[in-house]
Design a protein around this ligand. Structure first.
Ligand SMILES: Cc1cc2nc3c(=O)[nH]c(=O)nc-3n(C[C@H](O)[C@H](O)[C@H](O)COP(=O)(O)OP(=O)(O)OC[C@H]3O[C@@H](n4cnc5c(N)ncnc54)[C@H](O)[C@@H]3O)c2cc1C
Length: 376
């Protein structure tokens, strides 16, 4: 591994996480980041670590991957916080998925049955029981599912910690350095082309989030099927008397759309998110913010009195089946770690550990095998 030269394209949580693990193992790692590190989807995210709330009957491999990543979070947090000497705001209070109107209760019941069939750790609560856990919930909450193991992390702090830990381990970073092309010679990736010329590498890792399909040099069949999926978000500042400690998610049978409220340790309450197929558009729209506030107000009426402190948009890297694209490709020495869609923060530890193991040993673990590019 010593002196193996690795180039990572993209400095989000995925690129930084893999880079940190590889630099730690003694590789010579360079990250090329087109803009400022960690300011893509990794900055925009809600930070929920929610395999249960995100579970879908058609995505059982993804559920397994998500559960394994969550199981590795405590180890990841310990390792990262002690190297970076800072907290990343990991919180284990859990998640309440709530219904507000009678119609929502049917939807919630349906989800509960699915979670039970999948053997997930969930508890059914009456509206009253949910309010005993989270006093700020609306009196109209009809019922809730408690997911004690769906946790959260402060993704912005995680970006800072990863950057710090990566650089402490000797990782090199070129910001404002866009990779224009992946250079392939005789079926082998030999490096990348940037504005500063050709940069040679033993291994290239594509981790450019929703922009991963835009880099030239790849044969048509190998362009990763990744697209941007816009999410609008906002943050409020909690005040004494209106402090929430669980992640709260709504199901909505009707208007407005489902929302989530994620309380941070510093008192911010992050509320999200729209899901919009609008290409690379990142405009903040009144309708989106209105619906988020409407949905959050129905769940926790007391937010009416809180200051609105930030609004933003981000682009999720969605693949055609919503699961990440991980591992080897038909091109020698070219590895993909992209398409993490709604769960990239949750999937960062497993991606970083498994992709760094793959680069070090050449072995593909069972857990990432279902996520190869060749499934498309
Ligand atoms: C609104 C929203 C809410 C979300 N909420 C959650 C959540 O609660 N929980 C969860 O687990 N996940 C969540 N996600 C998803 C999660 O944020 C992403 O899956 C994850 O951040 C993807 O990380 P990444 O490093 O692949 O992408 P990014 O963070 O987007 O990083 C990719 C980087 O590549 C760089 N880049 C692009 N092209 C090039 C190039 N040619 N050369 C060099 N660099 C390049 C970009 O500038 C960018 O910095 C959310 C996402 C959004 C948008």
């Amino acid at each position: 591994m010593k002196n193996k030269k690795i180039i990572i394209i993209g400095g989000g949580v995925i690129g930084l996480g893999i880079g940190w693990q590889l630099a730690k193992a003694g590789a010579a790692v360079t990250i090329h980041e087109r803009g400022q590190v960690g300011r893509g989807a990794s900055w925009a995210a809600g930070g929920m670590l929610g395999p249960i709330a995100e579970a879908h009957i058609d995505e059982l491999d993804l559920l397994k991957l998500s559960n394994q990543s969550l199981a590795r979070y405590p180890e990841w947090v310990d390792e990262l916080e002690s190297e970076a000497e800072m907290s990343i705001g990991y919180r284990a209070e859990g998640t309440l998925i709530i219904g507000i109107e009678p119609d929502d209760t049917y939807q919630l019941r349906h989800a509960y049955t699915l979670y039970q069939d999948l053997g997930l750790n969930v508890e059914w609560l009456s509206g009253q029981a949910a309010r005993e856990i989270e006093g700020a919930l609306s009196p109209y909450v009809t019922a809730a599912i408690r997911c004690e193991t769906d946790h959260q992390v402060d993704n912005r702090l995680m970006v800072q910690a990863l950057l710090h830990a990566y650089q402490l381990r000797g990782g090199m970073l070129h910001q404002h350095s866009s990779v224009e092309r992946i250079v392939i010679e005789n079926g082998t990736a030999t490096g990348v082309q940037t504005a500063d010329g050709f940069q040679g590498a033993d291994v290239c890792i594509l981790a450019a989030g929703c922009w991963s399909a835009q880099i030239s040099g790849l044969p048509e069949t190998m362009i990763p099927p990744v697209r941007p999926v816009k999410g609008q978000m906002l943050a409020l500042q909690m005040r004494e008397g209106i402090m929430i400690s669980n992640v709260i998610r709504t199901v909505k049978a009707r208007y407005p759309m489902p929302v989530y409220l994620v309380p941070r340790t510093d008192g911010r309450l992050v509320i999200g998110a729209t899901t919009e197929e609008l290409g690379f558009d990142t405009d903040l729209i009144v309708g989106g913010i209105y619906e988020l506030l409407h949905g959050a107000f129905e769940a926790v009426p007391a937010i009416y009195k809180l200051p609105l402190i930030e609004t933003w948009t981000g682009l999720r890297p969605g693949s055609s089946d919503n699961a990440p694209i991980l591992g080897k490709t038909p091109i020698e020495n070219l590895i993909y770690a992209t398409g993490h869609y709604r769960n990239g923060i949750l999937l960062t530890p497993i991606t970083a550990y498994e992709i760094s193991t793959l680069v070090r040993t050449g072995e593909v673990s069972e857990i990432i095998a279902p996520f190869h590019l060749d499934r498309f």
